[in-house]
Design a protein around this ligand. Structure first.
Ligand code: UDX
Ligand code: ADP
Length: 453
């Protein structure tokens, strides 16, 4: 069997590497138009950072895992084609700011229609609005030469930073397809791929639309939990309740459960905001403005939380951070990834720069040029107030305050006593995610503050 995956990003790369790793007899080719990205997948330094991914890729690469820019060749040769291209929020025209931009999906569908002369199974891996499969089916049907293809939906639920563990041991694999004999056969073919390492009872099959919609709904529910606990964190600060204690207390209720209740600076990443916005757009499209407004509030609280974190810093520093050095520790949207899409750090840095602070950022995996481009905008002139340090210690030296924005493990073991000694007094630390025992920090003289304890 031959599998091809179009799109070598955060989803396509790790997912295909895992299939190749677990199924040595299946030939897996990952293709992308981006030559630099493919070259990186073929090099010693992979384009994305994920714990454990190097070993998986190095075991399978060259054996039955290949990375190539020959999109058409790989499509022609494949039995199963995964579509793993980006579906960002539209920035123009109808639905700008909310709807998903499907130009890359459509372009892939057209390429497949042009190249596929033998029957294929096309698998939507990217997160897409419900009923996107219709678009792909119509484009294929309109092409005189295109072979008869089945379209399946198989959304990916891996989280960045834990991709290898999530792929090795998924809670569930979801496969949606047409409830026709041909559709059922295609579903079974894909089930057989995952069944090599995922227990059968964890592989759920549904109709196409349930599968497409379930991905958006899963992300919306997860984002909603974070916005809910973040909203409560503000109430905790006003009442001396402790948001960690509240989260622990409610999480012990088995109906609520303990996960995704960590108060934070606000959720980031390529999925939550994009998918909730897309869900609200779909609701409006289907004439359900009240449902749209309900989900939109999840995003509003998140935006408010990010602004509130920066505002808390300014307030604590006597309402002025002008010309004060603020160390921002962590820039990625979460630990163990180099991904900065929608990271709360962008909003925090921008707000501090607006207040004329001197912002010094350090992140273990995000390159300096990317931090600058994310905060100031691609190609924008440099701002001397924004600099990037080579280590946490360098960032913190002489800082009036430290803002821990990403919970990288290395920030837990810093020598805060030594750092404190090098800071003007009173020194402040803001830990949006409660990664430190603040009693300890207080003991060494920090004016500890932030969201949570
Ligand atoms: C998410 C979903 O978890 C995954 O199933 C889906 O496929 C893609 O979107 P990801 O964005 O990679 O994955 O990371 P996730 O671990 O969900 O974190 C998203 C954001 O929420 C991060 O900024 C994280 O720091 C934040 N978060 C998470 C919290 O603020 N509090 C929590 O309790 C959990
Ligand atoms: P995700 O996080 O969903 O994986 P990424 O942006 O990391 O998203 O990856 C999507 C990849 O898809 C990019 O590397 C992009 O170059 C690739 N891509 C987009 N359109 C096409 C296309 N028509 N053919 C091949 N690759 C494409």
């Amino acid at each position: 069997m031959k599998i091809c995956c179009i799109g070598a990003g955060y989803v396509g790369g790790p997912t295909m590497a895992m299939i190749a790793f677990k199924a040595p007899d299946i030939s897996v080719t990952v293709v992308d138009l981006n030559e630099k990205r493919i070259a990186a997948w073929n090099s010693e330094t992979l384009p994305i950072y994920e714990p454990g991914l190097d070993e998986v890729v190095k075991t399978a690469r060259g054996r039955n895992l290949f990375f190539s820019t020959d999109v058409k060749g790989a499509i022609a040769a494949a039995d199963i084609i995964f579509v793993s291209v980006n579906t960002p929020t539209k920035t123009y025209g109808v639905g700008a700011g909310r709807a998903a931009d499907l130009r890359y999906i459509e372009s892939v569908a057209r390429t497949i229609a042009e190249v596929a002369t033998s029957p294929k199974i096309i698998v939507e891996k990217s997160t897409i609005p419900v009923r996107t499969a219709t678009t792909i089916q119509e484009i294929l049907a309109a092409h005189p030469r295109a072979a008869k293809c089945q379209v399946l939906s198989n959304p990916e639920f891996l989280a960045e930073g834990t991709a290898v563990a999530d792929l090795t041991n998924p809670d569930r694999v979801l496969i949606g397809g047409e409830r026709t004999p041909e559709g059922e056969a295609a579903i079974e073919a894909l089930v057989a791929v995952y069944a090599r390492w995922v227990p059968r009872e964890r592989i759920i099959t549904t109709n196409l639309w349930s599968s497409e919609l379930s991905k958006l709904v899963a992300n919306a529910f997860l984002a909603q939990r974070i916005s809910s606990i973040n909203a409560i964190s503000a109430l905790c600060e006003a009442t001396e309740a402790d948001v960690d204690e509240v989260a622990n207390a409610i999480g012990k209720d088995s109906r609520i459960g303990p996960k995704f209740l960590k108060a934070s600076v606000g959720f980031g990443g390529s999925c939550f905001q994009k998918d909730v916005l897309n869900l609200t757009y779909l609701c409006e499209h289907f004439g359900l403005p009240e449902v749209a407004a309900y989900w939109e509030s999840v995003i509003k609280i998140n935006d408010w939380q990010k602004r509130r974190f920066a505002a808390n810093i300014v307030k604590a520093l006597y309402n002025t951070v002008a010309d004060k050095r603020i160390a921002v520790l962590g820039f990625a949207f979460k630990k163990d990834t180099n991904d900065t899409r929608e990271t709360a750090a962008i909003s925090v840095c921008r707000d501090l720069l607006t207040e004329q602070a001197n912002v010094v950022v350090y992140d273990p995996k995000v390159p300096a040029h990317e931090i600058v481009a994310d905060v100031l905008g691609k190609g924008a002139p440099a701002n001397p107030r924004l600099t990037v340090a080579a280590s946490a210690l360098e960032a913190c030296a002489g800082a009036h305050a430290i803002a821990i924005v990403t919970e990288w493990d290395e920030f837990k073991t810093l020598d805060y006593a030594a750092i404190f000694a090098g800071m003007p007094k009173p020194a402040f630390i803001f830990d949006g995610r409660n990664i430190l025992n603040l009693a300890q920090l207080r003991a060494i003289g920090f004016r500890a503050s932030g969201i949570g304890k």
